[in-house]
Design a protein around this ligand. Sequence first.
Ligand SMILES: [Zn+2]
Length: 65
Amino acid sequence: MSREYRICNTCIMDTSDEEITFDDCGSCSHCQRFETIIKPQWHPNEEGEKELNSIVEGIKKRMQE
Ligand SMILES: [Zn+2]
């Protein structure tokens, strides 16, 4: 272990992960992946709620048939 110990500013990942890298803000590669890949497809807002509600309504309808 020659690397300096470091922990992510955003999550709890640290240099015990050998693959981990950190950006200028001190966020790790896992957080970067979340920001670039997952977040664009995730809508924890009104839009996402509408989307979810329409799915729920669809299921309810199917259950009544
Ligand atoms: Zn992180």
